[in-house]
Design a protein around this ligand. Structure first.
Ligand code: P6P
Length: 338
């Protein structure tokens, strides 16, 4: 009976957010409207990504179609969809996208109170081999939506109102936090709705998996090299961690969130700030990890305390199970004492 009730009591993402919003009587539903436009963008990208495999046959996504027109690459197409969906929501005033060198300042007639930072299709180099990819986003409330400046988005990640990602894999999974825990929704294609499937996600306190591109080992600094060595040759007699590295941040972070363990993209001699972008990769994933009971560290500080100076700034990142990240912090602290 309960199963039947659950099946018919559909907790869609819109209903879920409306429930959340009802806790803030003064809210005017703006966030719900903003989120529904982000969800719309994800649904579009989900169908486009799923068709990408056929693209070679029907000339989409970066191929030339039958009319000989050069089709946009999927990440450019996805960016167009998100920018248009966010502007048409009438709830944003600044957009920062991985795809656009400059921030987008929304025209005054369509301005709203939110700034959205996003990577429309992270890991898109993996599309052709069918590896899961995703959209990552973070949302700030702006102080001055009349004459907004870049300062509104050069804010530490701890000031974000919400963050999330949508993973386009064997199923389309939307993971979201509005600052009161983390919830996962799965797209039911027959309904065209995201349904709550992973309520109140909590990351295990310690995990058995480490996730890093070992190909960069030659260039790692001491603490990172020491930590990875410990994962492979534990000194306390425990069994070694397993290495799982997909090379698509959304997929590696989603597995870490659900199974536990640690994901790291450290600094190295070639890239002293690592590779991942602060605003729309490091901050949203760090926000989610903290909300799920894990943590995120840059090698110097709590990731969410970082104050970016440039909208495309990079940072090293160690994120995941609380105790695993603690070990990394201890190794960097010991290094600082030398
Ligand atoms: P590497 C994908 O290109 C990406 O931006 C992230 O999704 C992923 O975590 C990382 O780069 C992989 O980088 O250097 O290991 O190939």
């Amino acid at each position: 009976h309960a199963a039947e009730a659950n099946r018919t009591d559909l907790m869609t993402i819109t209903r879920f957010v409306l429930n959340e919003q009802s806790k803030y009587p003064e809210s005017r539903g703006d966030f719900t409207i903003l989120l529904s436009n982000i969800v719309l963008g994800c649904k579009f990208v989900c169908t486009a990504v799923n068709k990408a495999g056929l693209a070679k046959l029907i000339g989409l996504a970066g191929e030339t179609n039958v009319q000989g027109e050069e089709q946009k690459k999927l990440d450019v197409l996805s960016n167009d969809v998100f920018v248009k969906a966010l502007i048409s929501s009438g709830r944003t005033c600044i957009l920062v996208s991985e795809e656009d060198e400059q921030a987008t300042f929304v025209e005054p007639s369509k301005r709203g109170r939110y700034a959205v930072v996003f990577d429309p299709l992270d890991g898109s180099s993996n599309i052709d081999c069918g590896v899961s990819i995703g959209t990552i986003f973070g949302i700030y409330m702006v102080k001055d939506s009349i004459e907004p400046t870049l300062d509104e988005v050069l804010q530490p990640g701890k000031n974000m109102l919400a963050a999330g990602y949508c993973m386009y894999g064997s199923s389309c999974t939307f993971v979201l936090s509005t600052g009161a825990g983390v919830n996962g929704f799965t797209l039911d294609p027959s309904l065209g709705e995201f349904i709550l499937t992973h309520p109140d996600i909590k990351i295990p306190k310690k995990g058995k998996i480490y996730s890093v591109n070992e190909g960069n080992a030659k260039n790692w600094d001491g603490p990172t090299a020491k930590y990875v060595e410990r994962c492979k040759f534990p000194k306390d007699g425990s069994s070694p961690k397993s290495l799982r590295y997909i090379g698509s941040m959304v997929a590696d972070v989603h597995r870490t969130l659900l199974y536990g363990g640690i994901f790291l993209y450290p600094a190295d001699k070639k890239s002293p700030n690592g590779k991942l972008r602060v605003l729309y990769e490091v901050f949203p994933m760090s926000f989610l990890m903290e909300q799920a009971g894990g943590q995120a560290f840059t090698g110097k500080q709590r990731a969410l305390d970082l104050v970016p100076n440039d909208i495309h700034e990079r940072s090293p990142i160690f994120l995941g199970s609380y105790e695993d990240v603690e070990e990394v912090k201890a190794l960097y602290a010991a290094e600082d004492k030398k």
